[in-house]
Design a protein around this ligand. Structure first.
Ligand code: AHR
Length: 686
């Protein structure tokens, strides 16, 4: 058996000696597995692998969204209605839980106590200035805060600095779009200059602003062409004369993905698109409900001029700008050819937090809001919200295909509301697929609802849970609903997300793929973290100012998504027992198999998870084929230990290797390395 390595081949062809000291790898006893390609199993749903986006860990602001200025609108000091700060922590308004009638007195959340988040005045010996937030003469009533800078003495220019999201990535050769909304005193005699300053303090780009001294707001657009690159730059506004200046909005954009106005960060958007997600779920996650209804995510406030958007305190400890709004997300879905899933609020605050619920009479407000969101995506220009979409630059409908009714809701009140929403949405949009929250992990097959298209269970668990539950779906009831596993991840006892987590997920997915007649959709969660703000323990993709990195789990997702068979085919086993019968009866299984057929390419796809510390040779027999081509592709993701993780320093420590294998046949042997996930693509004739 030869595994062909392109690099070795290229080196040999170039006359180089490839010296390798054979390392004796420990091996398990070989096993024999028969795959019957003629035995057709469940079709694998084309919508199987999607993504779940939520504004958590700065996934949007400071993540996928390209804006470089943090707190650009000076709204980050705003609290949800009725909330207050006590001992430096944010306390929610004391609303009662709708089931118990009690107020969760212990609830408290991170609050940033800086006077003006992300902005500072740089003191120097020869200038004096102060700054304060005001709501005087707001440019937009919806985003009323602005920053008053009082320049008292400017023998040397006063510098107002924005630190960005832990720095700004500025690249020479790219153009940066600066937008500033400001007003000055009528007698302000100075200049205002915008500068990009490198981490070493060097000016690497600048532009002067035009001061009209009308006392009215001026909206200026400028382009900055940097002379150098720096991945931790800052934006500085310099004022060189005494007087007062008010800033309503300061925004800086690099070129965006697909050059969209107010768009996505290019590298992050591309990295996500590489997963080829079948759908994009938005806006969450718990932000949908809010800590209480007071800070629920409100899509209508995410439309229109970015400078007018108020943002909202995200459930995850910071205020998000609403810059990456509904329109931008729909546009991104269209650009990467994925269907959108919108998650609506049914008039209930997060049941893990405050658990409030609107009154019976108020339910229609939430239902109408959901119907409007659907109309915004799908309605023609003769509808109110379809017209609004056209006014925002998109006449044709967007690819909205799914609506999840509520997020992580449960109980009698939820079930009642679900029925109301389901009926109303189905009546008007029968083509939409509607989803119910299942907080029991598929344990309850009797639901007090009239009907649903899909149900959404979530699993955040240990590796052992996933290794032990690859058959969880095998005997679940069919025909009542389809299953969308909307949030799952191995996030307990796995560090920042190590190879054990990735392999456990790979094992669990093998069970979902095999049962894709039932499990039609899945999405790992959460999707992103900015490495400077890890709010959730494990997240699929890590982001820095200039880096995007996939954990081993990302590669597992990508390998599954890009090697989705048309249908499953039969195998003599899916869980490979340990060497000794004794161990096998006690141990958590470590080796798993998924077998499918790609009709378009005429290839059998074999996926093998080996989480053990020994290599495993499998003697395969392919039945139900007339011929097997010897050459085929293998993709291997492997690590040196289960604890190994990728990091920003070593982003490709665990990375899929594509190789050519030349010994496929009706019978063939393949050695799967320890701690690995492998895909074999075998060309066959039937
Ligand atoms: O993915 C993180 C959180 O987990 C989501 O916001 C919520 O739906 C779940 O509890």
């Amino acid at each position: 058996m030869k595994q062909f390595n392109y690099l070795s081949f290229a080196m040999m062809a170039a006359g180089m000696v490839v010296s390798c000291t054979p390392v004796q790898e420990e091996e398990s006893t070989p096993v024999a597995i028969t795959i019957n390609v003629a035995e057709r199993g469940a079709d694998v749903s084309p919508s199987m692998y999607g993504v779940f986006f939520e504004e958590i860990n700065h996934a949007g602001d400071g993540g996928l969204y390209a804006e470089l200025v943090q707190n650009r609108s000076f709204e980050e000091c705003e609290m949800p209605e009725g909330y207050y700060v006590e001992n430096g922590r944010l306390k929610p308004a004391p609303v009662p839980n709708h089931e118990t009638g009690r107020v969760n007195e212990n609830a408290n959340f991170h609050w940033n106590n800086e006077p003006v988040r992300a902005w500072s005045l740089k003191p120097n010996d020869e200038s004096v200035a102060t700054m304060r937030l005001t709501k005087d003469k707001p440019m937009f009533e919806t985003a009323p805060n602005n920053l008053e800078v009082n320049i008292i003495n400017a023998k040397k220019p006063v510098q107002l600095i924005n630190e960005g999201y832990w720095g700004m990535n500025i690249e020479k050769g790219k153009l940066y779009a600066l937008r500033i909304i400001l007003r000055t005193n009528e007698d302000y005699e100075g200049n205002i200059t915008a500068k990009l300053i490198s981490k070493k303090g060097k000016v690497i780009g600048e532009t002067g602003l035009i001061i009209r001294k009308t006392g009215e707001w001026e909206d200026e657009l400028k382009v900055i062409e940097p002379t150098e690159s720096d991945n931790e730059a800052q934006l500085v506004l310099e004022f060189d004369a005494p007087g007062k200046v008010w800033l309503d909005y300061v925004s800086l954009f690099p070129p965006t993905f697909y050059e969209r106005y107010n768009g996505m960060r290019e590298d992050v958007a591309r990295y996500l698109a590489a997963l080829k997600p079948a759908f994009f779920r938005w806006p969450g996650g718990c932000v949908v409900e809010g800590i209480s209804l007071a800070n629920r995510f409100e899509w209508k406030k995410t439309l229109g001029d970015p400078a007018s958007r108020p943002g909202e305190y995200s459930t995850w400890g910071y205020r998000c700008s609403y810059g990456m709004g509904y329109h931008e997300v729909l546009q991104y879905c269209e650009d990467i050819k994925t269907d959108m899933m919108f998650v609506c609020n049914v008039g209930m605050g997060c049941q893990y937090r405050m658990g409030d619920a609107c009154t019976e009479e108020e339910i229609d407000i939430y239902l109408d809001d959901c119907m409007d969101a659907i109309e915004y995506a799908l309605g023609d220009v003769n509808t109110e919200w379809g017209l609004q979409r056209a006014k925002n630059g998109h006449t044709d409908p967007f690819p909205l295909k799914y609506v999840e009714i509520g997020n992580e809701n449960w109980g009698t009140e939820y079930d009642k509301r679900f029925d109301i929403f389901y009926k109303a949405i189905k009546e008007k949009y029968p083509e939409l697929i509607l989803i119910y929250n299942d907080m029991t992990g598929l344990k309850n097959e009797d639901r007090a609802i009239e009907k649903t298209d899909m149900i959404d269970p979530h699993w955040y668990v240990t590796p052992e849970f996933f290794y032990n539950n690859t058959t969880l779906f095998d005997n679940k009831v069919r025909g009542k609903w389809d299953v969308y596993v909307g949030e799952y991840a191995c996030n307990q006892g796995v560090g920042g997300g190590n190879m054990n987590a990735a392999l456990a997920e790979a094992a669990f997915i093998s069970g979902m793929e095999r049962n894709s007649d039932l499990v039609k959709m899945t999405s790992y969660a959460p999707l992103f973290e900015n490495v400077n703000n890890r709010e959730w323990s494990t997240n699929l993709i890590w982001i820095d100012t200039d880096q995007v990195m996939g954990r081993s789990s990302y590669h597992v997702q990508k390998m599954y998504s890009r090697n989705r068979p048309t249908y499953n085919v039969g195998s003599s086993t899916y869980i490979i027992a340990s060497d000794s019968i004794e161990e096998a009866s006690q141990e958590t299984p470590q080796k798993f198999l998924a077998t499918g057929y790609d009709e378009k390419k005429g290839e059998v796809i074999i996926k093998f998870v080996n989480a053990s510390d020994k290599a495993q040779t499998v003697d395969f027999t392919l039945e139900g084929v007339t011929n097997v081509l010897p050459e085929g592709k293998t993709i291997t993701l492997k690590a040196n230990s289960l604890e190994e993780e990728n990091s920003m320093e070593e982003p490709k420590k665990i990375y899929p290797q594509n190789e050519l294998f030349t010994e496929f046949g009706k019978t063939f042997a393949y050695k799967f390395p320890k701690y690995s996930f492998t895909i074999l693509r075998v060309k066959v004739e039937k």
